[in-house]
Design a protein around this ligand. Sequence first.
Ligand code: LLP
Length: 423
Amino acid sequence: MTLPGSPHVAYRGGELFVEDCALGRLARRFGTPLYVYSRSAMLAALAGYQRALAGRDHLICYAMKANSNLAVLQIFAQAGCGFDIVSGGELERVLAAGGDAAKVVFSGVGKTRAEMARALEAGVACFNVESESELELLSQVAVQVGRTARISLRVNPDVDPKTHPYISTGLKGNKFGVAHERAVATYRRAATLPGIEVAGIDCHIGSQITETGPYLDALDRVLDLVESVEAHGITLHHLDLGGGLGITYTDEQPPAAEALVKAMLARIDTRGHGHRKIVLEPGRSLVGNAGVLVASVLYLKPGGAKNFCIVDAAMNDLMRPAMYEAWMSIVSCTLRDEPPQTMDVVGPVCESGDWLGRDRHLAVQPGDTVAVLSAGAYGMSMASNYNTRGRAAEVMVSGAQAWLIRDREAPADLFRGEHLLPR
Ligand code: LLP
Protein backbone atom coordinates (compact mmCIF):
# COMPACT_ATOMS: atom_id res chain seq x y z
CA MET A 1 0.00 0.00 0.00
CA THR A 2 1.49 3.38 -0.98
CA LEU A 3 0.76 6.26 1.32
CA PRO A 4 0.36 9.90 0.36
CA GLY A 5 3.20 12.16 1.49
CA SER A 6 6.74 11.14 2.24
CA PRO A 7 8.59 8.01 1.09
CA HIS A 8 10.17 8.06 4.56
CA VAL A 9 6.83 6.98 6.04
CA ALA A 10 5.95 3.53 4.72
CA TYR A 11 4.70 0.03 5.57
CA ARG A 12 7.11 -2.85 5.91
CA GLY A 13 5.49 -6.21 6.44
CA GLY A 14 2.26 -4.74 7.79
CA GLU A 15 4.00 -2.36 10.22
CA LEU A 16 4.17 1.38 9.64
CA PHE A 17 7.68 2.81 9.80
CA VAL A 18 9.20 6.28 9.89
CA GLU A 19 12.62 5.65 8.36
CA ASP A 20 13.81 2.49 10.17
CA CYS A 21 11.66 2.90 13.29
CA ALA A 22 8.35 1.07 13.68
CA LEU A 23 5.72 3.44 15.00
CA GLY A 24 4.10 0.76 17.16
CA ARG A 25 7.39 0.34 19.03
CA LEU A 26 7.89 4.09 19.38
CA ALA A 27 4.37 4.36 20.78
CA ARG A 28 5.16 1.74 23.42
CA ARG A 29 8.46 3.39 24.27
CA PHE A 30 7.36 7.03 24.44
CA GLY A 31 3.58 6.76 24.92
CA THR A 32 0.81 8.42 22.89
CA PRO A 33 -0.22 10.89 21.57
CA LEU A 34 3.20 11.20 19.99
CA TYR A 35 4.57 13.32 17.18
CA VAL A 36 7.27 11.51 15.20
CA TYR A 37 9.43 13.27 12.60
CA SER A 38 11.89 12.03 9.99
CA ARG A 39 15.10 13.98 9.79
CA SER A 40 15.84 12.60 6.30
CA ALA A 41 12.45 13.74 5.04
CA MET A 42 13.12 17.28 6.26
CA LEU A 43 16.55 17.37 4.67
CA ALA A 44 15.23 15.88 1.43
CA ALA A 45 12.55 18.58 1.27
CA LEU A 46 15.15 21.28 1.87
CA ALA A 47 17.43 19.80 -0.80
CA GLY A 48 14.81 20.52 -3.48
CA TYR A 49 14.99 24.23 -2.71
CA GLN A 50 18.77 24.13 -2.41
CA ARG A 51 19.21 22.47 -5.82
CA ALA A 52 17.06 25.10 -7.52
CA LEU A 53 18.98 27.96 -5.87
CA ALA A 54 22.51 26.56 -6.23
CA GLY A 55 24.90 29.11 -7.68
CA ARG A 56 22.70 32.09 -6.76
CA ASP A 57 22.95 34.53 -3.93
CA HIS A 58 20.10 33.25 -1.74
CA LEU A 59 18.80 32.59 1.76
CA ILE A 60 16.22 29.96 2.67
CA CYS A 61 14.45 31.16 5.79
CA TYR A 62 12.48 28.27 7.28
CA ALA A 63 9.09 29.64 8.40
CA MET A 64 9.36 28.17 11.86
CA LYS A 65 5.75 28.71 12.81
CA ALA A 66 5.15 25.43 10.97
CA ASN A 67 7.13 23.50 13.58
CA SER A 68 9.31 25.32 16.06
CA ASN A 69 10.78 22.47 18.11
CA LEU A 70 14.40 23.33 18.92
CA ALA A 71 15.71 20.13 17.36
CA VAL A 72 13.88 20.89 14.11
CA LEU A 73 15.40 24.37 14.09
CA GLN A 74 18.81 22.88 14.83
CA ILE A 75 18.57 20.59 11.79
CA PHE A 76 17.75 23.52 9.50
CA ALA A 77 20.33 25.83 11.08
CA GLN A 78 23.02 23.19 10.59
CA ALA A 79 21.92 22.81 6.98
CA GLY A 80 22.60 26.52 6.45
CA CYS A 81 19.07 27.88 6.71
CA GLY A 82 17.93 31.13 8.17
CA PHE A 83 14.51 31.57 9.73
CA ASP A 84 11.34 33.51 9.12
CA ILE A 85 10.02 34.54 12.54
CA VAL A 86 6.80 36.23 13.59
CA SER A 87 7.38 36.92 17.28
CA GLY A 88 9.99 37.65 19.88
CA GLY A 89 9.38 34.16 21.21
CA GLU A 90 10.38 32.64 17.89
CA LEU A 91 13.58 34.71 17.88
CA GLU A 92 14.52 33.30 21.29
CA ARG A 93 13.94 29.79 19.94
CA VAL A 94 16.26 30.45 16.99
CA LEU A 95 19.00 31.64 19.33
CA ALA A 96 18.44 28.71 21.73
CA ALA A 97 18.76 26.27 18.82
CA GLY A 98 22.07 27.77 17.68
CA GLY A 99 20.60 29.64 14.71
CA ASP A 100 22.18 32.79 13.33
CA ALA A 101 20.22 36.02 13.91
CA ALA A 102 21.94 37.51 10.87
CA LYS A 103 19.94 35.01 8.78
CA VAL A 104 16.57 35.88 10.33
CA VAL A 105 13.75 37.79 8.65
CA PHE A 106 11.09 39.14 10.98
CA SER A 107 7.55 39.04 9.53
CA GLY A 108 4.16 39.78 11.05
CA VAL A 109 1.59 42.57 11.19
CA GLY A 110 1.85 43.31 14.91
CA LYS A 111 5.46 43.61 16.00
CA THR A 112 5.73 45.34 19.38
CA ARG A 113 8.27 47.96 20.36
CA ALA A 114 9.95 45.42 22.67
CA GLU A 115 10.15 42.81 19.92
CA MET A 116 11.68 45.34 17.54
CA ALA A 117 14.30 46.41 20.08
CA ARG A 118 15.28 42.82 20.86
CA ALA A 119 15.50 41.89 17.17
CA LEU A 120 17.68 44.94 16.45
CA GLU A 121 19.94 44.06 19.35
CA ALA A 122 20.23 40.46 18.12
CA GLY A 123 21.02 41.78 14.61
CA VAL A 124 18.31 40.24 12.43
CA ALA A 125 18.86 40.42 8.68
CA CYS A 126 15.62 42.15 7.79
CA PHE A 127 12.26 43.32 9.09
CA ASN A 128 9.42 42.54 6.71
CA VAL A 129 7.38 45.66 7.40
CA GLU A 130 3.63 45.33 6.93
CA SER A 131 2.30 48.87 7.39
CA GLU A 132 3.25 52.52 7.29
CA SER A 133 2.74 52.97 11.03
CA GLU A 134 4.98 49.98 11.75
CA LEU A 135 7.66 51.60 9.59
CA GLU A 136 7.53 54.85 11.59
CA LEU A 137 7.72 53.03 14.93
CA LEU A 138 10.56 50.81 13.75
CA SER A 139 12.60 53.85 12.75
CA GLN A 140 12.02 55.44 16.17
CA VAL A 141 13.00 52.28 18.04
CA ALA A 142 16.11 51.82 15.89
CA VAL A 143 17.25 55.37 16.59
CA GLN A 144 16.62 54.83 20.31
CA VAL A 145 18.73 51.69 20.47
CA GLY A 146 21.40 53.12 18.17
CA ARG A 147 20.93 50.63 15.33
CA THR A 148 19.68 50.74 11.77
CA ALA A 149 16.78 48.47 10.79
CA ARG A 150 17.15 46.87 7.38
CA ILE A 151 13.69 46.51 5.91
CA SER A 152 11.69 45.15 3.07
CA LEU A 153 8.06 46.07 2.60
CA ARG A 154 5.68 43.16 2.48
CA VAL A 155 3.55 44.11 -0.46
CA ASN A 156 0.13 42.74 -1.03
CA PRO A 157 -0.01 41.74 -4.71
CA ASP A 158 -3.79 41.09 -4.69
CA VAL A 159 -3.44 37.64 -6.21
CA ASP A 160 -5.75 34.71 -5.45
CA PRO A 161 -3.63 31.75 -4.29
CA LYS A 162 -6.65 29.41 -4.72
CA THR A 163 -6.39 27.91 -1.28
CA HIS A 164 -8.49 27.87 1.93
CA PRO A 165 -9.71 31.43 2.77
CA TYR A 166 -8.20 31.21 6.28
CA ILE A 167 -4.74 30.71 4.81
CA SER A 168 -4.93 33.18 1.90
CA THR A 169 -2.91 36.25 2.67
CA GLY A 170 -2.24 38.10 -0.59
CA LEU A 171 -5.74 39.38 -1.39
CA LYS A 172 -6.87 42.97 -0.93
CA GLY A 173 -9.26 42.10 1.90
CA ASN A 174 -6.49 40.49 3.99
CA LYS A 175 -4.84 42.20 6.94
CA PHE A 176 -1.38 41.46 5.53
CA GLY A 177 1.07 43.68 3.71
CA VAL A 178 1.10 47.16 2.23
CA ALA A 179 -1.38 47.71 -0.62
CA HIS A 180 0.26 47.59 -4.03
CA GLU A 181 -0.72 51.19 -4.81
CA ARG A 182 0.77 52.49 -1.53
CA ALA A 183 4.05 50.66 -1.93
CA VAL A 184 6.06 53.26 -3.87
CA ALA A 185 5.06 56.09 -1.53
CA THR A 186 5.90 53.95 1.49
CA TYR A 187 9.33 53.09 0.10
CA ARG A 188 9.97 56.78 -0.56
CA ARG A 189 9.04 57.56 3.04
CA ALA A 190 11.26 54.69 4.27
CA ALA A 191 14.22 56.13 2.39
CA THR A 192 13.93 59.35 4.42
CA LEU A 193 13.66 57.78 7.89
CA PRO A 194 16.76 57.94 10.07
CA GLY A 195 16.55 54.44 11.58
CA ILE A 196 15.73 52.63 8.34
CA GLU A 197 17.80 51.13 5.54
CA VAL A 198 15.83 49.78 2.60
CA ALA A 199 17.08 46.29 1.74
CA GLY A 200 14.49 44.50 -0.35
CA ILE A 201 10.90 43.65 -1.10
CA ASP A 202 8.74 40.86 0.24
CA CYS A 203 5.52 39.08 -0.61
CA HIS A 204 3.70 35.99 0.65
CA ILE A 205 0.33 35.13 -0.84
CA GLY A 206 -0.93 32.21 1.20
CA SER A 207 -0.35 28.64 2.25
CA GLN A 208 -0.98 25.14 0.89
CA ILE A 209 -0.78 26.51 -2.65
CA THR A 210 -0.79 23.70 -5.21
CA GLU A 211 -0.34 25.63 -8.47
CA THR A 212 2.55 27.57 -9.99
CA GLY A 213 0.35 30.21 -11.64
CA PRO A 214 -0.44 32.34 -8.56
CA TYR A 215 3.28 32.49 -7.70
CA LEU A 216 4.19 33.78 -11.16
CA ASP A 217 1.33 36.30 -11.10
CA ALA A 218 2.48 37.61 -7.72
CA LEU A 219 6.08 37.66 -8.89
CA ASP A 220 5.17 39.78 -11.92
CA ARG A 221 3.35 42.25 -9.69
CA VAL A 222 6.35 42.40 -7.35
CA LEU A 223 8.81 42.94 -10.21
CA ASP A 224 6.60 45.75 -11.58
CA LEU A 225 6.89 47.40 -8.18
CA VAL A 226 10.64 46.85 -7.97
CA GLU A 227 10.97 48.71 -11.26
CA SER A 228 8.79 51.61 -10.06
CA VAL A 229 10.61 51.86 -6.73
CA GLU A 230 14.04 51.82 -8.34
CA ALA A 231 12.93 54.52 -10.77
CA HIS A 232 12.88 56.72 -7.64
CA GLY A 233 16.51 55.94 -6.92
CA ILE A 234 15.84 53.42 -4.14
CA THR A 235 17.74 50.15 -4.55
CA LEU A 236 16.12 46.84 -3.61
CA HIS A 237 18.83 44.25 -3.10
CA HIS A 238 16.74 41.19 -2.42
CA LEU A 239 13.46 39.64 -3.45
CA ASP A 240 11.73 37.71 -0.66
CA LEU A 241 9.11 35.56 -2.32
CA GLY A 242 7.60 34.10 0.85
CA GLY A 243 6.53 30.51 1.38
CA GLY A 244 3.25 28.76 0.81
CA LEU A 245 4.03 25.71 -1.31
CA GLY A 246 1.51 22.98 -0.58
CA ILE A 247 2.06 19.31 0.22
CA THR A 248 0.19 16.11 -0.50
CA TYR A 249 -2.31 15.27 2.22
CA THR A 250 -4.42 13.03 0.02
CA ASP A 251 -4.38 13.53 -3.75
CA GLU A 252 -3.09 17.10 -4.13
CA GLN A 253 -0.34 17.39 -6.72
CA PRO A 254 1.63 20.52 -5.90
CA PRO A 255 4.68 21.30 -8.03
CA ALA A 256 7.97 20.04 -6.61
CA ALA A 257 9.85 22.81 -4.80
CA GLU A 258 12.71 22.54 -7.25
CA ALA A 259 10.43 22.97 -10.28
CA LEU A 260 8.52 25.85 -8.71
CA VAL A 261 11.62 27.77 -7.74
CA LYS A 262 13.20 27.16 -11.15
CA ALA A 263 10.06 28.53 -12.83
CA MET A 264 10.22 31.62 -10.64
CA LEU A 265 13.93 32.12 -11.29
CA ALA A 266 13.36 31.81 -15.04
CA ARG A 267 10.75 34.58 -14.85
CA ILE A 268 13.09 36.71 -12.73
CA ASP A 269 15.91 36.26 -15.25
CA THR A 270 13.69 36.93 -18.27
CA ARG A 271 12.66 40.20 -16.72
CA GLY A 272 16.27 41.21 -16.08
CA HIS A 273 16.31 40.84 -12.29
CA GLY A 274 18.67 37.87 -12.10
CA HIS A 275 21.31 39.77 -10.10
CA ARG A 276 19.14 40.10 -7.02
CA LYS A 277 19.47 37.96 -3.91
CA ILE A 278 16.57 35.54 -3.49
CA VAL A 279 15.01 34.94 -0.08
CA LEU A 280 12.34 32.26 0.45
CA GLU A 281 10.23 31.46 3.52
CA PRO A 282 8.99 27.88 3.15
CA GLY A 283 7.34 26.30 6.17
CA ARG A 284 4.90 23.47 5.50
CA SER A 285 6.75 22.11 2.46
CA LEU A 286 9.90 21.53 4.56
CA VAL A 287 8.32 19.68 7.49
CA GLY A 288 4.71 18.74 6.71
CA ASN A 289 5.24 15.36 5.09
CA ALA A 290 8.08 14.56 7.50
CA GLY A 291 5.85 14.12 10.55
CA VAL A 292 3.06 11.90 11.82
CA LEU A 293 0.88 12.05 14.90
CA VAL A 294 0.57 8.64 16.55
CA ALA A 295 -2.50 7.98 18.71
CA SER A 296 -3.89 4.97 20.57
CA VAL A 297 -7.40 3.71 19.97
CA LEU A 298 -9.29 3.96 23.27
CA TYR A 299 -12.78 2.80 22.29
CA LEU A 300 -14.89 1.81 19.34
CA LYS A 301 -18.39 3.17 19.64
CA PRO A 302 -20.81 1.86 17.03
CA GLY A 303 -23.81 4.12 16.47
CA GLY A 304 -27.00 4.37 14.42
CA ALA A 305 -25.85 7.21 12.20
CA LYS A 306 -22.10 6.98 12.71
CA ASN A 307 -19.43 4.71 14.10
CA PHE A 308 -16.82 6.39 16.22
CA CYS A 309 -13.23 5.49 16.82
CA ILE A 310 -12.18 7.38 19.94
CA VAL A 311 -8.45 7.94 20.14
CA ASP A 312 -6.23 9.61 22.73
CA ALA A 313 -5.18 12.48 20.43
CA ALA A 314 -7.58 15.36 20.01
CA MET A 315 -8.13 18.78 18.50
CA ASN A 316 -5.81 20.26 21.11
CA ASP A 317 -3.01 18.11 19.66
CA LEU A 318 -3.89 18.67 16.01
CA MET A 319 -6.14 21.60 15.27
CA ARG A 320 -6.15 21.55 11.47
CA PRO A 321 -9.22 19.30 10.94
CA ALA A 322 -11.35 21.26 13.45
CA MET A 323 -10.11 24.66 12.30
CA TYR A 324 -9.95 24.32 8.52
CA GLU A 325 -11.89 21.08 7.98
CA ALA A 326 -8.52 19.87 6.72
CA TRP A 327 -8.46 16.32 5.40
CA MET A 328 -5.52 14.41 6.84
CA SER A 329 -4.88 10.77 6.12
CA ILE A 330 -5.28 8.34 9.06
CA VAL A 331 -3.89 4.81 8.89
CA SER A 332 -3.23 1.89 11.24
CA CYS A 333 0.27 1.45 12.55
CA THR A 334 -0.21 -2.33 12.36
CA LEU A 335 -2.35 -3.72 9.55
CA ARG A 336 -5.04 -6.20 10.59
CA ASP A 337 -6.42 -8.90 8.39
CA GLU A 338 -10.02 -7.79 9.00
CA PRO A 339 -12.47 -5.91 6.80
CA PRO A 340 -12.32 -2.14 7.42
CA GLN A 341 -15.28 -0.33 8.97
CA THR A 342 -16.32 3.25 8.22
CA MET A 343 -15.89 5.48 11.22
CA ASP A 344 -15.22 9.00 12.43
CA VAL A 345 -11.92 9.28 14.25
CA VAL A 346 -12.49 11.61 17.21
CA GLY A 347 -10.68 12.70 20.35
CA PRO A 348 -11.72 12.96 23.99
CA VAL A 349 -12.24 16.75 24.03
CA CYS A 350 -15.71 17.96 24.91
CA GLU A 351 -16.56 19.57 21.56
CA SER A 352 -18.38 18.16 18.56
CA GLY A 353 -15.70 19.86 16.48
CA ASP A 354 -13.13 17.55 18.04
CA TRP A 355 -12.53 15.20 15.15
CA LEU A 356 -9.40 14.16 13.31
CA GLY A 357 -11.05 12.43 10.37
CA ARG A 358 -14.57 11.71 9.15
CA ASP A 359 -15.85 8.62 7.37
CA ARG A 360 -12.54 6.80 7.41
CA HIS A 361 -12.12 3.14 6.53
CA LEU A 362 -10.11 1.47 9.24
CA ALA A 363 -9.63 -2.02 10.66
CA VAL A 364 -8.72 -1.25 14.26
CA GLN A 365 -9.41 -2.50 17.78
CA PRO A 366 -8.98 -0.77 21.14
CA GLY A 367 -5.30 -0.72 22.07
CA ASP A 368 -4.14 -0.39 18.45
CA THR A 369 -2.22 2.64 17.31
CA VAL A 370 -3.08 4.82 14.34
CA ALA A 371 -1.07 7.55 12.63
CA VAL A 372 -2.29 10.83 11.21
CA LEU A 373 0.01 11.41 8.23
CA SER A 374 1.63 14.64 7.05
CA ALA A 375 1.21 16.19 10.48
CA GLY A 376 4.71 17.66 10.71
CA ALA A 377 3.57 21.21 9.91
CA TYR A 378 1.09 23.23 11.97
CA GLY A 379 0.48 20.22 14.21
CA MET A 380 2.45 20.57 17.41
CA SER A 381 3.06 24.27 16.80
CA MET A 382 -0.69 24.93 17.01
CA ALA A 383 -1.35 22.55 19.91
CA SER A 384 -3.07 23.86 23.02
CA ASN A 385 -3.81 22.73 26.56
CA TYR A 386 -7.60 22.82 26.15
CA ASN A 387 -9.37 20.49 28.60
CA THR A 388 -6.11 20.63 30.63
CA ARG A 389 -4.56 18.11 28.32
CA GLY A 390 -0.78 18.07 28.35
CA ARG A 391 0.78 18.52 24.95
CA ALA A 392 2.18 15.45 23.22
CA ALA A 393 5.79 14.29 23.30
CA GLU A 394 7.87 14.67 20.13
CA VAL A 395 10.46 12.29 18.72
CA MET A 396 13.00 12.79 15.93
CA VAL A 397 13.96 9.73 13.92
CA SER A 398 17.10 9.28 11.85
CA GLY A 399 17.56 5.80 10.43
CA ALA A 400 17.04 3.37 13.31
CA GLN A 401 17.69 6.01 15.96
CA ALA A 402 14.95 7.89 17.78
CA TRP A 403 15.51 10.83 20.11
CA LEU A 404 12.97 12.37 22.45
CA ILE A 405 13.01 16.05 21.45
CA ARG A 406 10.22 17.22 23.71
CA ASP A 407 8.86 15.74 26.93
CA ARG A 408 5.18 15.03 27.27
CA GLU A 409 3.62 17.73 29.46
CA ALA A 410 2.58 16.63 32.93
CA PRO A 411 -0.44 18.13 34.74
CA ALA A 412 1.82 20.20 37.03
CA ASP A 413 3.37 21.81 33.93
CA LEU A 414 -0.07 23.00 32.93
CA PHE A 415 -0.82 25.09 36.00
CA ARG A 416 2.69 26.30 36.68
CA GLY A 417 2.42 30.08 36.93
CA GLU A 418 -1.17 30.07 38.18
CA HIS A 419 -1.97 31.40 41.65
CA LEU A 420 -4.65 30.71 44.23
CA LEU A 421 -6.29 33.76 45.79
CA PRO A 422 -5.27 34.64 49.35
CA ARG A 423 -7.45 32.85 51.92
N1 LLP B 1 5.87 33.52 5.37
C1 LLP B 1 4.84 34.16 5.93
C2 LLP B 1 4.86 35.62 6.02
C3 LLP B 1 3.73 33.42 6.40
O1 LLP B 1 2.70 34.05 6.94
C4 LLP B 1 3.74 32.01 6.30
C5 LLP B 1 2.63 31.21 6.81
C6 LLP B 1 4.86 31.39 5.72
C7 LLP B 1 5.90 32.18 5.26
C8 LLP B 1 4.98 29.92 5.57
O2 LLP B 1 3.97 29.38 4.76
P1 LLP B 1 3.99 27.83 4.39
O3 LLP B 1 5.20 27.60 3.52
O4 LLP B 1 4.06 27.05 5.65
O5 LLP B 1 2.71 27.64 3.69
N2 LLP B 1 -2.01 27.02 10.14
C9 LLP B 1 -2.28 26.94 8.72
C10 LLP B 1 -1.21 27.60 7.90
C11 LLP B 1 -0.96 29.05 8.26
C12 LLP B 1 0.15 29.69 7.47
C13 LLP B 1 0.50 31.02 8.01
N3 LLP B 1 1.58 31.69 7.35
C14 LLP B 1 -2.47 25.47 8.36
O6 LLP B 1 -2.37 24.62 9.24
O7 LLP B 1 -2.77 25.14 7.22
